[in-house]
Ligand binder design. Structure first.
Ligand SMILES: Cc1ncc(C[n+]2csc(CCOP(=O)(O)OP(=O)(O)O)c2C)c(N)n1
Ligand code: SF4
Ligand SMILES: [Mg+2]
Length: 313
């Protein structure tokens, strides 16, 4: 865990500048700012079509102080594979130059990751391509006007699920872990130090690393922009968003989620859902079912962790 002093020092330098065109209260902006504080300026960013690829802006008024490449919607992981290989080849030809130390980072939305980009991402993960892939998850296609993605949660209203989504959210971190890549982690913008630590750790590992961040979106979820952090915090406290790492196949709950193995420590789900307009169509019965599903998921996690412990003995 990062020390407070180091964290305060790390707060000083901004690599993703203010004055960009993110909406007020945008979770994605918090996520990228803190990720970059951990990764530092020798980072090359690839973004597929998404809000980020718009809000970065145009040179000379662009918000990132580091190199970035806008990429076609489906192609971010493929582009990052090539970019990271090119940095290594350049280093091979010009030993001692900075290129070999570059971190290649993809920052992509949930639509670009869980739907259209999954084929390229799965291929890159299977090859263990050397980059960090981060999905900032605002749980819909926000940039094009709030259409559902496979990461939209059950019950959420979008412009293409006007009565609330029937299907449940795709568990992409679990799918990525099934590729047996060296590092998978989940984060929330309400826990910036945890996020910072996880990006620092990811940077120190070679191969394909995947980080999935909950990044609330005020217009897409229907809440006041000043409540982004509180909402992300409630997602964690209810146990709806689980913070963990999977390092070389071993899963570890992060501190804030570890506590929630005790069901009495979980805030009722309604406190998270009732503050967002997107869940306005959810019935009382639907809400009870969601709470039961969440509790069953935690029971499953407890069993899996205990099996893992037995296996390691
Ligand atoms: C092949 C292709 N299809 C559709 C689009 C239009 N498009 C651009 S951004 C976007 C939504 C992206 O959603 P997500 O990845 O969740 O990122 P967010 O907008 O939520 O940040 C869509 C559908 C496109 N650019 N290219
Ligand atoms: S629509 Fe949502 S994700 Fe996109 S810039 Fe605005 S707040 Fe951020
Ligand atoms: Mg999205």
């Amino acid at each position: 865990m990062v020390k407070l002093k180091e964290a305060l020092e790390s707060c000083q330098e901004e690599f993703f500048l203010p004055g960009n065109s993110c909406c007020a209260g945008c979770g994605l902006e918090v996520a990228l700012r803190w990720a970059m504080k951990a990764l530092g300026p020798n980072t090359a960013l690839v973004t597929p079509a998404c809000c980020l690829n718009v809000v970065v802006g145009l040179w000379p008024k662009a918000a990132p102080t580091f190199p970035f490449t806008n990429m076609a919607f489906a192609a971010a992981a493929a582009a990052a594979t090539g970019m990271s290989a090119a940095f290594k080849a350049k280093d091979y030809r010009f030993p001692g130059k900075v290129w070999g130390e570059m971190t290649t980072l993809v920052f992509a939305g949930d639509g670009g990751t869980t739907d259209i980009g999954i084929q390229g991402l799965s291929g890159a993960a299977e090859r263990n391509s050397d980059f960090i892939y981060c999905c900032y998850d605002n749980e819909a296609y926000m940039n094009t006007g709030i259409q559902r993605s496979s990461s939209t949660p059950h019950g959420a209203v979008t412009t293409t699920t006007t009565l609330g989504k029937e299907r449940y959210k795709k568990n992409l971190p679990a799918i990525m872990a099934a590729h047996e890549i060296p590092y998978v982690a989940t984060c929330s913008v309400s826990e910036p130090l945890d996020l910072y630590d996880k990006f620092k750790k990811a940077k120190s590992i070679k191969g394909c690393r995947y980080i999935h961040i909950l990044a609330p979106c005020p217009p897409g979820w229907g809440y006041q922009s000043e409540n982004t952090i509180e909402l992300a915090r409630l997602a964690v406290k209810t146990g709806s968003w689980i913070l963990y790492e999977i390092e070389n196949g071993i899963m570890k709950l992060s501190k804030k989620s570890q506590l929630l193995l005790d069901p009495s420590k979980r805030t009722p789900l309604i406190e998270y859902l009732s503050t967002q307009k997107r869940f306005s169509k959810l019935s009382e019965k639907g809400l009870i079912e969601l709470q039961e599903r969440l509790d069953r998921n935690w029971e499953r996690i407890a069993v899996e962790l205990s099996c893992q412990e037995d296996y390691q003995k």
